[in-house]
Design a protein around this ligand. Structure first.
Ligand code: PGA
Length: 256
């Protein structure tokens, strides 16, 4: 049994006051939910305040990025150790926006995953193809490259602390969600790849999130698929009612 995991990626949204307001509203709406793991990933500046507010709940805290070293002259970077010190349990690594706009590569993703694990943070590693790659029938090649590159040298025993998020780039922020069949096909491929790289128990325990325009009205179709274990949610995580709604709908499916 894999506990579904729904993470809200707030991206570069919400001041500290706005983060507090949103967190309060989310807390109120999902206090009864027990069978879905909920993760809030606010911007760095709000991590500490959001952490204070969720301490008495089972909501977890996540960051949106980290550097691969724990200290030094790296102006503007944030170390895994620092994220740990403000209460983060998770960290998103290799989001397609970071790959496209901030020079993230499989190599930097891999270094960050190694560093995050070392500090006891759980990486949510993002993988996903661009529209051009899908149209050229390269989806599986890209996913294989992202998964193998990102997980290079990662031991099987560390895999229980890693979540993979499949996020087709063409579905992010576009309102164009992958069909449940398209999502399942890639999730299944990822699980089979993990089986080849590790073993059956690692592959069966791995949680694979779908991300890209997940909303309350489409979450059930996606979540019903056998290899979909959660969602990484951008836009719909910025409003308490839509985020809570998709968590409740996931909970009602009874997958956990
Ligand atoms: P979206 O973003 O839900 O707004 O498409 C998802 C993501 O980028 O993680």
């Amino acid at each position: 049994m894999r506990i579904p995991i729904i993470a809200g990626n707030w991206k570069m949204h919400k001041t500290v006051d706005e983060s507090i307001e949103l967190t309060n509203a989310i807390k109120r709406s999902i206090y009864e939910i027990e069978d879905v793991e909920t993760v809030l990933c606010p911007p760095f500046t709000s991590l500490s305040d959001v952490n204070e507010m969720i301490m008495d709940t089972n909501i977890k805290l996540g960051a949106q990025n980290c550097y691969w070293l724990n200290e030094g002259a790296y102006t503007g970077e944030i170390a895994p150790k620092m994220l740990k010190s403000v209460g983060c349990a998770y960290v998103i690594i290799g989001h397609s926006e970071r790959r496209a706009m901030f020079g993230e590569t499989n190599e930097t993703v891999n270094k960050k995953i190694v560093a995050a694990l070392k500090e006891g943070l759980k990486p949510i590693m993002c993988v996903g193809e661009k529209l051009k790659e899908r149209e050229a029938n390269k989806t599986f090649d890209v996913i294989k490259d992202h998964v193998e590159g990102g997980l290079k040298g990662i031991a099987g025993e560390d895999m229980k602390n890693i979540v993979i998020a499949y996020e087709p780039v063409w579905a992010i922020g576009t309102g164009k969600i992958a069909t449940p069949k398209q999502a399942e096909e890639v999730h299944k491929f990822i699980r089979e790849l993990i089986l080849k790289m590790y073993d059956k128990s690692v592959a069966e325990a791995l949680r694979i999130q779908y991300g890209g325009s997940v909303k309350p009205d489409n979450v059930e179709g996606i979540m019903k698929e056998a290899d979909v274990d959660g969602a990484l949610v951008g836009g719909a995580s910025l409003k308490a009612d839509s985020f809570a709604d998709l968590i409740k709908k996931t909970n009602a499916l009874g997958k956990g």
